[in-house]
Design a protein around this ligand. Sequence first.
Ligand code: HEC
Length: 497
Amino acid sequence: MLKKVLLWFVGIVLVAVAGLWLFWPKEYTVKGPMLDFLTGRQAQTPDAGMVESRFHLPPGFRIGIFATDVPHARMMRITGAGDLLVSSMREGNVILLHRDEDGDGKADGRTVLLTGLNVPHGLALYGEYLYVAETDRVVRAPFNAAARTVGAIESVFEGLPAGGNHRTRTIGFGPDGWLYVTVGSSCNVCIETEAYRASMLRMRSDGSDAETFAVGLRNTVGFDWQPGTGALFGTDNGRDLLGDDTPNCELNRIEAGGDYGWPVAYDDRVPDPDFGAGQGARIAASRGPAHGFGAHRAPLGMRFLNAGREPAGYEGAALVALHGSWNRSSLAGYKVVSLHFGADGQIEERDFLTGFEKDEDVIGRPVDVQQGPDGAIYVSDDYAGVIYRIGWGDMAVGDMAADRAPVADPLAGLDTAEKTRLVLEGAVLFSENGCAACHVAGQMPEGGAGKLLKDLKARYDIAGIESLLIAPPGPMPSFDLTAEERRALAVYVLATY
Ligand code: HEC
């Protein structure tokens, strides 16, 4: 009897699985890195061989790794000193990667500038301040680019709707000195009830006089002003669940008072099947995109090249990071494209950096693009936690295989008494936290997750180890440590290994 029931049960499960498999609607496809957390797959830090074999750029450009161990690297800005600011929304911090002075194409060190933020994403520099967009507010802190220090954080604007499907907020100062802020929709497609959802707003640099600037923008994550014309362009992510090829992700020319259609229309004023009915007047008055990227490409950060040192054919071009699809039966996006603005107003899209995805194997997802004062292009990748640097001509780009030029003794700045004290404190913490079990020969268990600590001085300074302890790499667990304890541990491991 029991056997019969079991057989029936197994039969019913098999039929149900087969039915789901055959009749699962294509619009509900979930594919790509979204599945990683189910399958337990971990993104690997690409090595030199992978960078060389996978990535492809137009002739003349070269790519290298500028920095690794930047978990969930999102938006970037170049400081007045030529360093690179990077936000990490999941780690809740903003870090500063020091400019390459020794000419190996890699960051020379790092400083963790801000921690404990609530989904920090957009970054902007204006006057004496570093501005950061958290999910529910914009904050700023006095920032000294040369000294690489920040002062106390103060709130600039508190009225952003928190959370929802789209939690990232992007900020940027326009040529007019106003602070522009984008807020995505709370949902895939719906009628919003909260202020500022699916729109761009702007305010003065102190947060006063906030006003809605443009609406109907489902999720504009990147925007920039075109040099010369001052026109504002922004990327926008199209809605999901309408199949593999509908609707386009967009580039919009964003103008004051403009309505870009969401949720009542997509593409060039095509009525939305869920919310377009009876919205004829709004749809007719809405604006179509300046350019369509194709569906599910997920365009995020964009930047006009403007260092005055562009290779031929790239003057005035914009680079856009396509983060890549999840709701599509074959993966699309996963690359950086260049947009070329013709005199006739036509925009031509060309592949710039490809290879993040190959035969459905994903090694990275580009998020933002920035250009340094020397012209070099930086691309952040929140999947592998890597910042890439792209150069041409005689510009140095990093190579994972090449050893870094030896740095000066990172402990040289400490006097003997302080160094001794920190080393002793650090030794105690090292033992109390069980660091040796993963790091010291003889104490690492067979087959355990660990790495022999050696030659640390050649690769890290104190700040480098401190930030590693805040956001530990790969399988290393995170520890509940105070800033003073992190400093002591850093000095101890640098002095010992
Ligand atoms: C469960 C094992 C584990 C523990 C415990 C652990 N780590 Fe790690 N740690 C690792 C692994 C694995 C790596 C290498 C990760 C990688 O390269 O992707 C690493 C990397 C490091 C590095 C960088 C090494 C290099 O060569 O670049 C330092 C420094 C470090 N750990 C310090 C510490 C300190 C200090 C502690 C104790 C507070 C600690 N770790 C505890 C697993 C551990």
